[in-house]
Design a protein around this ligand. Structure first.
Ligand code: PNS
Length: 160
């Protein structure tokens, strides 16, 4: 059975992430969406909230599972018998960072882990969670960027 992990912060999940999830779920038997539980990073949503939004917005896919992980991605992968990472590439500006992480993960895992890149669909090339957070903070409509469920969670957060 082919299995891959799609890791990220997902703070919050956007249509760009969902596009990558949909396309990778067609390529692999199982996709594990891995939410990084990193308390050092100043995130808008708690990891359980980010997971909840992912579970809700991926419930149409029966081969997608959402988990969270602490520490190193390659350690989680080893413990769970996963050898492929999926990442989305939006633009050349993503490339240097992604190449460095992919090469580091391959080296540190002694060649047991490889990264597969999917190019983001052109309509989401500009999109990022930080842009969504910024617009939502000022009450701008983000319905082109995120599903309704996520938009509601953003509204709740900034109403407080
Ligand atoms: O959505 P992001 O923030 O670009 O995702 C980055 C992520 C979560 C894939 C990366 O930071 C990661 O894998 N972190 C886990 C810690 C780790 O394995 N670090 C070594 C490679 S940076």
């Amino acid at each position: 059975m082919s299995k891959a992990i799609y890791p990220g912060s997902f703070d919050p999940v956007t249509f760009g992430h969902l596009d990558i999830i949909k396309r990778s779920a067609e390529m692999f038997d199982e996709i594990i969406v891995g939410v990084l539980n990193n308390s050092a990073k100043n995130s808008l949503f708690e990891v359980e909230e980010r997971k909840d939004m992912l579970i809700e917005t991926t419930k149409g896919f029966d081969n997608v599972k959402v988990i969270s992980f602490d520490g190193l991605l390659i350690d989680y992968m080893k413990d769970n018998n996963i050898s492929v990472i999926v990442r989305g590439l939006r633009a050349v500006t993503d490339f240097e960072y992604e190449l460095q992480i992919a090469q580091s993960n391959r080296k540190a895992s002694k060649g047991n882990v490889d990264t597969v890149f999917l190019t983001t669909s052109i309509e989401y090339a500009y999109l990022s969670s930080s842009i969504v957070r910024e617009y939502a903070r000022y009450g701008t409509d983000v319905s082109d960027f995120v599903p309704d469920y996520v938009e509601e969670r953003l509204k709740e957060r900034f109403r407080k």
